[in-house]
Ligand binder design. Structure first.
Ligand code: PTT
Ligand code: SF4
Length: 596
């Protein structure tokens, strides 16, 4: 099939063996790419493995749309068995590495085994090698990026783990280009456990498409359409930070460890403040709506900001200064820590201190304490040791009912939307296949605009539709979803692009089925790998059921547990899973997953 490089590069760090394998047309048809390839490979090859042992594997996977001259296509999926959750984990990162990988002749890199010494993987077209790299070990991701760029060229594609990943912090992420981050559920720690500091890719070839002329023409039309959208100018001014004001106005901004949805200092740090402090823009390759906004942080260094990071390291920890938040964000990037999980851990600590559950006195908004804790988490030392396995493990260690306000699902810290008054989004977090990430179903804006407080079946159907498009299609295609989400770029472009690239027409029905196949296989992976897995893993924390907001326009509202139960049951029914969330045999067979 056209549009793919057609090869998987397998690198075993234990014995140094490197091989190149053909990717079959049936794998391409049934799983498309990116997340689809990743879950199939993990299902087939990673069974009962300790995520930080040599038995685990890490996968870097592109899809047919990756690296093409179409809008925002510089993305790849990084996936592994997660050391944070124990189940399927992945993340999506925009980086030159995705573009180079396909040019080098590979759709997927699979790294297995474990190196004795720090190393990096160097891929230069056909030439592939493992390079010893003691000098890189211990370097932060900005320093390591500079060193590798100096050696291999500024334009190389570089994926890195930071010192936090080296120290096996369970929510360490993979970084690229000093500001792109992907793999929230500990993909950085999997690299660290393999002593794999980086993957450096330089490709010079090209992938043959079915109809290059048509693709070129449609790609240009796509870029033009994006620029002509009414929402484009505002997006270019604020990027994802446009969500900040909206979240505060709609009382869903995570504030004081998700106790509240409105922050009293929001006007000091919203998208308009960002506009004033704006010092530059960054982003992924092949994108004409780049969303990385740079400001000078409180130490006068450049830092890149996104809504999630600002909300989690700002209101959620009670800190109302954008330059200070930017500094914490930069530290997270340098250490290679996921900024969402970091914000959740700091907030949990502050609340634990307020409640007298720990000896240390740390007040809400204490910037110095937040910096100190970030370093301690990155090192896995002091108080940081308590948090280096994430907020779920920290709350289990502290006990005393603190699990109720450890803001996570399946072990992954919740991203930046407070859901006491958004039951559909609460279910989206509950059923996200990697733990509480918004990426699979950001139903919240639809919910607030249409049907906020109801718990009905059409809402559950809408949630599944989002999961099919976002978690199924965009993650396996693999391209950025923000053109569609943020400036209403037409979804119908994508089957057209796919056809020009691969030569095969896929209807939306086919695409939804692909998404369902991927979801059921991810579910099967969790069931196989986590013995206690089942319905109880699909609930948000008790805080959302028990503690209503104390102020704001959603004052007094919380999630109704009985009605949530009903929505969850509808969700399973619609997916063809049993009441415990286990896919039925006939569902698996219908999806072509016989034998799973
Ligand atoms: C993503 C998660 C997000 S989602 C954000 S901000 W967001 C946080 N960013 C972090 C960061 O930065 N530094 C850091 N140390 N940790 C961070 N953790 C958080 O990670 C990102 C964009 C964004 S910005 C979003 S919504 C969209 N996500 C996409 C997706 O998931 N799939 C897809 N097909 N397209 C997407 N487009 C957008 O990409 P994770 P990136 Mg990221 C500094 O990976 O693990 O899913 O975590 O990739 O290249 O940085 O682009 O308001
Ligand atoms: Fe990357 Fe942002 Fe562009 Fe998406 S919109 S491709 S995340 S820069």
């Amino acid at each position: 099939m056209k549009g793919y490089a057609g090869k998987l590069l397998r690198v075993n760090l234990s014995d140094g063996k490197i091989s190149k394998e053909q990717i079959s047309d049936s794998l391409k048809r049934d799983f498309l790419g990116g997340r689809g390839f990743a879950v199939k490979l993990l299902w087939d090859e990673v069974r009962n493995a300790d995520p930080l042992s040599e038995k685990n594997k890490i996968i870097f996977a592109t899809g047919p749309l990756t690296g093409q001259s179409i809008p925002s296509s510089g993305k790849m999926v990084i996936a592994s068995k997660s050391p944070l959750t124990g189940g399927y984990g992945d993340g999506n990162i925009g980086t030159m590495a995705s573009v180079h990988l396909k040019k080098a002749g590979y759709d997927v890199v699979l790294v297995e085994g474990k190196s004795e010494e720090p190393c990096y993987l160097l891929i230069e077209d056909e030439k592939v090698g493992v390079v010893e790299a003691p000098e890189l070990w211990g370097k932060n991701t900005f320093e390591a990026q500079d060193l590798l760029e100096k050696k291999h060229g500024k334009n190389s594609g570089i994926l890195l783990t930071g010192p936090a990943g080296e120290n096996l912090v369970r929510f360490s992420t993979v970084m690229s280009q000093k500001g792109r981050a992907g793999g929230r559920p500990g993909m950085g720690a999997v690299m660290g456990s393999k002593k794999l500091k980086a993957v450096v890719i330089k490709g010079t070839g090209s992938v043959g498409n079915f109809d290059d002329n048509k693709l070129k023409e449609m790609g240009k039309k796509g870029y033009d359409e994006i620029k002509a959208k009414g929402s484009y100018d505002f997006w270019m001014k604020q990027g994802t930070m446009q969500a900040f004001d909206w979240a505060n106005e709609n009382a869903c901004l995570p504030t004081y460890n998700y106790r509240e949805g409105v922050f009293e200092f929001s006007k000091e740090m919203d998208g308009y403040v960002l506009e004033k402090l704006h010092a530059g823009r960054k982003g992924c390759p092949l994108c004409n709506m780049q969303c990385g906004h740079i400001i000078k942080d409180s130490s006068d260094q450049e830092a890149e900001l996104d809504y999630e990071n600002v909300a989690m390291l700002g209101p959620n920890i009670g800190l109302g200064s954008l330059p200070k938040v930017a500094l914490l964000n930069r530290m997270a990037d340098e250490w290679g820590l996921d900024a969402i999980s970091l914000g959740s851990c700091i907030a949990f600590l502050m609340e634990a201190s307020e409640r007298g559950l720990i000896n240390e006195k740390i007040k809400w908004g204490d910037f110095e304490a937040a910096q100190k804790l970030t370093v301690e988490i990155g090192r896995g030392e002091g108080l940081g040791k308590l948090f280096s396995h994430g907020v779920k493990a920290a709350s289990e260690a502290i006990g005393k009912g603190s699990q109720k306000w450890a803001m996570q699902v399946k072990g992954l810290e919740i991203s930046a939307y407070n859901c006491q008054a958004c039951p559909g989004m609460a279910l989206a977090f509950g059923t996200s296949p990697i733990g509480a990430h918004h990426k699979d179903a950001w139903i919240i804006s639809w919910e607030i605009a249409n049907d906020r407080l109801s718990y009905n079946k059409p809402k559950v159907e809408k949630l599944i539709e989002f999961q099919r498009i976002r978690g199924g299609f965009f993650e396996s295609a693999t391209v950025c979803r923000l053109p569609w989400v943020e400036v209403s770029f037409g979804l119908d472009w994508y089957p057209e692009y796919l056809e020009a690239i691969t030569g095969e027409r896929k209807s939306w029905e086919d695409i939804y089925r692909l998404g369902d196949r991927i979801y059921s296989l991810i579910r099967a992976f969790w069931i196989r790998e986590v013995p206690s897995f089942g319905r109880k893993w699909d609930y948000p924390p008790d805080r959302w059921f028990e503690e209503p907001h104390s102020g704001g326009k959603m004052k007094g509202i919380k999630v109704d547990r009985g009605k949530y139960e009903q929505m969850l049951s509808w969700y399973y029914e619609l997916r063809g899973w049993d009441p415990n969330g286990i896919p039925l045999k006939k569902t698996l067979e219908n999806l072509g997953l016989k034998g799973v």
